[in-house]
Write a protein that binds this ligand. Sequence first.
Ligand code: CP3
Length: 349
Amino acid sequence: MSKIFVDACLGKETAYTPVWMMRQAGRYLPEYMAVRAEAGNFLNLCHNPAKAAEVTIQPLDIVGVDAAILFSDILVIPDEMGMDLSFVKGEGPKFSDPLTSQEDLDRLIGGDEAASKLTYVFETIELLRKQLDERGDEIALIGFTGAPWTLATYMIEGQGTKTYNICKKMMYSNPELLHNILAKVTEVVKLYMEKQIEAGIDVVQIFDSWASAIEPGKYDEFSWKYMVEIADYLKSKYPNVPIIMFPKGVSAFIERGLVYGNFDVFGVDWGTPMAMAKEKLGDKYVLQGNMEPCRLYSKEETTKCVEAIQEIMGTKRHIFNLGHGILPDVPVENAIHFVSECKRVSAKK
Ligand code: CP3
């Protein structure tokens, strides 16, 4: 039996449109909070394969999604390259020593040496592969990475940012250094994702969460081309493993017809009209998305939006998802409602 989510990624007919949610394993689930408390903190949870596998599986049974996404974080990559990652309560991720120069970059571990240090991720995937196969319910396992640009924003700013002024100063005054950072991260990501595939993931998603920080005319140069390079590398070795690109906030880039590359699914964020994405990209790529995550606060608004997306997308070449991650204060029953509504409206009679 094939997996409905993988089939949909490859553009095959499915009995209904599969659905999952970005950030589906997380703080809105009391069961997640309990396991995180046992682990002590978020990073310990990422480093503990048994517990990371446990929280990966939780949304399958609780919410009813069609795919599991590996529980980890995009920032474990720069952490293993030698940057010291911590999560400060209430403040999010922090690197103690952000990159400011070529010398800083040269000190970081690169290539296979860095990718090979992420053993706890590969062990989590191996455990999940076994557990999912034992369940026998043909649920796909999604592995992921951050896009080099999104990773670089944290490596250069040292934390999340509203203005991106430090990395943009580098973009416009020392683009060579920024490209060197992006190239070094790209090399690690290629090998890291290859190892995730070898460990047992079914699908790859590349999150470019902070794509919107780059002006549309520069987006290809500083982000998209590196994502395409990663996709090309993986496709040349694993042509049957679907790749999902999720660049958040790039509707101008889409509208101008600038999207290209060898991948399968384009993740549409909630600020991009689905009809426009379908017109520009729908023939070439399967589309994923794109309910505004805050609609989850209202069941009525959720139903209206799911029906509207269904109306545009029909029952082919689409995967239901939110247009970005679910927020921690969403009631679990509303997430369950979203998932069941997606299945209801798309079920083939
Ligand atoms: O369910 C899933 O989606 C899988 C797990 C996952 C996490 N992070 C767990 C997490 C995934 C795919 C990510 C990716 C990630 N991490 C992204 C890209 C996706 C996106 O949402 O755009 C980014 C930008 C990060 C970096 C990151 N990690 C930030 C900014 C934060 C703090 C913000 C917050 O929500 O607290 C994290 C922490 C994080 N990653 C949490 C989880 C469940 C919250 C930690 C906790 O308190 O338990």
